[in-house]
Design a protein around this ligand. Structure first.
Ligand code: ADP
Length: 161
């Protein structure tokens, strides 16, 4: 039986921290579905189409990775995809409270789906999409923080505003 995992997120936009988690998930599962949340809890800066497109471009070369948008309950999306696990990245203690709540709620809603936490890589442990956008807004260098295509899109986006 093929083992499938979901990597959900807002990806607003996708960073090298997200990408690292997705790649590591592919080493653990036969199939990884990256779920781009249409209406995440936090309001997003970029619309779904843009967030989705960038994740699709960045994951294009990754074998066994499919990128899909989803709305509604994450566990319903996981079921639809035949996934048995939800993969989340843990950066700092600050992530833990929220992630624990989400994992326990998802367990309550779907007891057969496990949440698996991967620790953030040291070099990306301070990285989040919000910070990346703030750096881009004031013209800071994003090299090594986001994939090159995201760097280009952000540079263009903030230059044209
Ligand atoms: P963020 O929390 O940055 O707004 P998302 O909501 O898109 O990002 O998060 C999707 C998933 O990716 C979450 O599990 C989150 O913990 C993880 N993640 C985000 N940034 C990183 C990072 N730099 N290193 C490891 N995991 C990360």
């Amino acid at each position: 039986m093929l083992r499938t995992a979901i990597c959900p997120g807002a990806f607003d936009p996708i960073t090298n921290g997200h990408l690292d988690i997705i790649k590591r998930a592919t080493a653990l599962f036969d199939r990884v579905v990256v779920g781009v949340a249409a209406t995440p809890i936090k309001k997003t800066y970029f619309p779904l189409e843009k967030r989705l497109k960038l994740v699709q471009i960045v994951c294009h070369d990754l074998e066994n990775v499919t990128v899909k948008p989803f709305s509604g309950l994450l566990v319903d999306f996981a079921r639809q995809e035949g996934a048995t696990a939800i993969i989340r990245g843990l950066r700092a203690v600050a992530d833990f409270d929220f992630e624990l709540q989400m994992a326990l709620m998802n367990k309550k809603l779907a007891g057969d789906i496990e949440t698996i936490f991967l620790m953030a890589a040291t070099e990306y442990s301070y990285l989040n999409s919000n910070l990346v956008r703030q750096v881009a807004m004031v013209g800071g260098c994003l090299k090594g923080l986001v994939p090159p295509v995201v760097e280009q899109v952000l540079e263009q986006h903030y230059r044209l505003r």
